[in-house]
Ligand binder design. Sequence first.
Ligand code: ATP
Ligand code: MG
Length: 365
Amino acid sequence: MEIDGTVRATEKSHRGFELALAGARVVSRAAVPLPLGVVDKVGADLNTRLDHRVLDLRKPAVRAIFELRSALLAGFREAFLHRGFVEVETPKLLRQGAEGGATLFSVAYFDRPAYLAQSPQLYKQMLIGAGLERVFEIAPAFRAEPSDTVRHITEFTSLDAEVGYVDDPEELRGLLEGIVADSVGATRSVLEASGNPLAAGLPRLELPFPRYSFATCEGWLGRPGAGRDFGTEEEKAIGERVARESGAPFYFLTDYPTSVKAATFYARRRDDDPGSTYYFDLDFRGLEIASGGLREHRLDPLLANLASAGLDPGSFAGYLEAFRYGMPPHGGWGLGIDRLVQALAGLANIRESRLFPRDRYRLDP
Ligand code: ATP
Ligand code: MG
């Protein structure tokens, strides 16, 4: 609807003005009834909302999430560029996966199979070998997640970073927490300036974020030395314990045991304790947001890790070549943007953090 008229001050309206209408034209006629109310007083269930996502996105409260998301991405880019990182783009059609075969999507690539990238892991490491010392990428990642959860989708946006000449995971954690704090701070400024109600929910972050070792958390859970990864409920219990210990929204879980990272062949095992790695997670109130650590940069231990993960080095020829001609110590992380938006906007389901989410059952709209 397009309308003309004159705006006049009046005490009769609670806004203090009224419009004296001179003319009105229908620009585009909407079919009735709407499948979803644009003013949604009843609160349609998420599936119905996603089935009619264009109408759903017209609601100011839904649009506010994507304004937050846009500000957050801009904040990340600025925080990375400010620290001397170069933004890169790596292939999403691959000959092999990096994160384990179970979650690979295969595609028919002319006369042979190919896979959709689960992460840019191998390529960002190759770029360190190429002499790009600090790289980051914000790009889609695809995982055939068989489980139907509120924190997994099949297409998500991964924010990846890789840093050369790093020998201490603490340096990576320092970079990551600084970048997260800067990006969340920049997001708050943008949202406050535009009057976005989600600004009020953004946490005020203090550096450094607390660090708890994997072994400490196992002790809290009463399963010392179990050496298997934390499940969803255990992650939540750790989040509740951290809330009592420090009250910090973001915290690191450090020193993951090798048994948990056995399939992560590129994760560097500790030199002084091969049963432990230089790997960590960044969590937000019981939700995993990022995983990272030092990578194995020496060819022989890397080949040994591939063998013990039961992988064929022949499938990784291009990757391995990068290690043959000089590869500095390096490390990095992968951070799920959708999970971070879910956390910062206080969303019950990760699907609400994407415009058109994809999951096991949803390919439309
Ligand atoms: P989880 O244990 O929660 O399944 P992961 O450890 O398998 O996650 P990573 O391989 O560490 O995931 O990926 C890095 C980050 O990417 C995760 O910390 C998370 O934020 C995000 N991520 C991974 N898989 C998904 C997914 N299916 N949907 C949304 N985000 C994801
Ligand atoms: Mg992880």
